[in-house]
Design a protein around this ligand. Structure first.
Ligand code: APR
Ligand code: PHB
Length: 394
C-alpha cells in the first residue's frame, strides 16, 4: 500500500489530523491497535478551547458539537470558603470555552472519516516504523495475522503516551522533562444535573475538588485522593459524602446525587519530550506530552499540535514549502510549554500538598490570594483557560 501520510493512533489527535488532511486532498491512512468501541469507551475531559472549536469546524466535524455543546463564558473558583467567579469572556477579549466531552469529539471525527471514505485499520498489531531518516519511510503492521506494509512520505505519531512512535526514535535523540505529583484524581460520572451552571475548581484542606459537567443532565466530579487509594474502595455514597464535606453548605445543599456511570482514579503527571520531530516522523498530542488535568489542556494541546502539523503539510503539498517541516517542533513546543505551565500552575495552586513546609503552604495561600484577588491575576487565568492564540505558519 501507498499513501502520503501514515497516522498511527485513532485518538482525537490522529482522527482530527486525518480529517483535516483528507479535506485538503492529502491522502492518509490511520492505524489503530484497538477496536472503535474500545476507543469510544475511554472517558476523558470535556472542555474545548475556542481554537479547538474552530479547528473542529474547519475539519467539518462540528454539527453535533455546535448543537449540543454548552458555551461557557465563565468558570468559578472556590478558595478559603469564598466563591470567586472568573468571567472568561469579559477578561479574554470575547473568548469562551465549549463543554463537550472528548468521547463525543472522537465519535464525531470517526463518523466524519467513515462518511468521507478515508481508510482506518482498527485492531492492528506490531506497528513498526522504518527508514525514518530517509525520504522513503514505511510502516509495517499485522492485520488479521497478515503482515502489511505502507510506504509514505511522512508519519504522524498520534499514538498517545504508551504508543510505539516515540519509542521508535533512537536513544539519545530525545530529551525528557517530567514532574509527577503526589496524588491522584478520583472521577465520578453520573446522570444528575450539574451542581452549578459553570465549572467549579475548589481548594479545600481535605483536598482539591472539581465540579464539571458533560451536559445539563450529566455531571462529572473529581476529588483529590492519595495515590495509594483504589477506586473499588470508594462506594458512591462515600464519594458523595466526601464531596459534600469539601463544599460550602449552600452548594452542598444543591448537590443532586445518583448512581455512578463510571468511577476511576487517574495519576497526575507533567511530561514533555523535545524535539517533537525525528526525520519524517512527527509526534503529536499525548505521544509527546502529558499535562495534569487541572487546566483542561490535554486534548487542547493535542489539537494545537494538529493545527501546526496540518498547516505545515498543506504548505509542503500545496506550495512545495518543504522548509516548513523543520519549524514543527519549535512552533508546537512553544505552545505546549505554555499549556504545561498553566496546568502545573493550576495544579500547584489548588491541591493539598501534605509534605510541603509551612513556608510553602503560606506561599500557596498568597498565590491564591493574589491571582484570584486581582484583575491582573484573573486576566492571566482567563486568557490561558480559553486558550492562547496559535502562531501563524509561514
Ligand atoms: N499502534 C496503533 N495504535 C496505537 C498504538 C500502537 N502501537 N499505541 C497506542 N495506539 C492508539 C491508542 O489505542 C489510542 O487510540 O493511539 C491512540 C492514542 O490516543 P490518545 O491516547 O487519546 O492520545 P491523543 O489522540 O494524542 O489525544 C490527546 O487529550 O485529554 C487528553 O490524554 C487525553 O487522550 C487524550 C489526549
Ligand atoms: C472534565 O469535565 O472531565 C474536566 C473538566 C475540566 C478539567 C478537567 C476535567 O480541568
Amino acid at each position: 500500500m501507498k499513501t502520503q501520510v501514515v497516522i498511527v493512533g485513532a485518538g482525537p489527535s490522529g482522527l482530527l489530523l486525518g480529517q483535516l488532511l483528507h479535506n485538503a486532498g492529502i491522502s492518509n491512512i490511520i492505524l489503530e491497535r484497538q477496536t472503535p468501541d474500545y476507543v469510544l469507551s475511554r472517558i476523558r475531559a470535556g472542555i474545548l478551547e475556542s481554537g479547538t472549536v474552530e479547528l473542529l469546524r474547519e475539519a467539518g466535524a462540528h454539527q453535533r458539537m455546535d448543537a449540543e455543546g454548552l458555551v461557557h463564558d465563565g468558570v468559578e473558583f472556590l478558595v478559603e470558603g469564598r466563591r470567586i467567579p472568573v468571567p472568561l469572556k469579559a477578561l479574554s477579549g470575547g473568548k469562551s470555552v465549549m463543554v463537550y466531552g472528548q468521547t463525543e469529539v472522537t465519535r464525531d471525527l470517526m463518523q466524519a472519516r467513515s462518511e468521507a471514505g478515508a481508510p482506518t485499520f482498527y485492531n492492528v498489531s506490531d506497528v513498526a516504523l522504518h527508514n525514518l531518516k530517509s525520504d522513503k519511510p514505511y510502516v509495517t503492521f499485522s492485520k488479521d495475522g497478515e503482515p502489511c506494509r505502507i510506504d509514505c512520505d511522512y508519519i504522524a505519531g498520534c499514538d498517545g503516551f504508551h504508543g510505539v512512535s516515540r519509542k521508535a526514535i533512537p536513544t539519545g535523540v530525545l530529551r525528557e522533562y517530567e514532574c509527577v505529583y503526589p496524588f491522584g484524581w478520583l472521577g465520578l460520572l453520573a446522570d444528575t444535573p450539574p451542581i452549578h451552571h459553570e465549572l467549579i475548581y475548589a481548594h479545600h484542606d481535605r483536598g482539591f475538588v472539581l465540579c464539571s459537567q458533560r451536559s445539563l443532565t450529566r455531571s462529572r466530579y473529581y476529588l483529590q485522593v492519595p495515590l495509594t487509594d483504589k477506586a473499588e474502595a470508594w462506594s458512591d455514597d462515600r464519594f458523595w459524602d466526601e464531596l459534600k464535606r469539601r463544599l460550602p453548605q449552600d452548594l452542598a445543599g444543591k448537590l443532586v446525587t445518583g448512581p455512578s456511570l463510571e468511577k476511576s482514579i487517574a495519576p497526575l503527571r507533567s511530561f514533555v519530550v523535545e524535539p517533537m520531530q525525528y526525520g519524517s516522523l512527527f509526534l503529536v498530542g499525548d505521544a509527546a506530552h502529558i499535562v495534569p488535568p487541572t487546566g483542561a489542556k490535554g486534548l487542547n494541546l493535542a489539537a494545537s499540535d494538529v493545527n501546526y502539523l496540518y498547516r505545515i503539510l498543506c504548505g509542503v503539498y500545496h506550495q512545495g514549502r518543504r522548509d516548513l517541516l523543520a519549524c514543527y517542533s519549535q512552533l508546537a513546543l512553544r505552545r505546549v510549554w505554555k499549556g504545561e505551565r498553566f496546568s502545573w500552575f493550576m495544579t500547584r495552586l489548588l491541591h493539598d500538598f501534605q509534605e510541603q513546609s509551612g513556608f510553602d503552604r503560606r506561599m500557596q495561600q498568597a498565590e491564591r490570594d493574589y491571582f484570584l484577588g486581582s484583575q491582573a491575576g484573573l486576566t492571566t487565568i482567563a486568557e490561558n483557560y480559553v486558550g492562547l492564540p496559535f502562531e501563524a505558519v509561514r
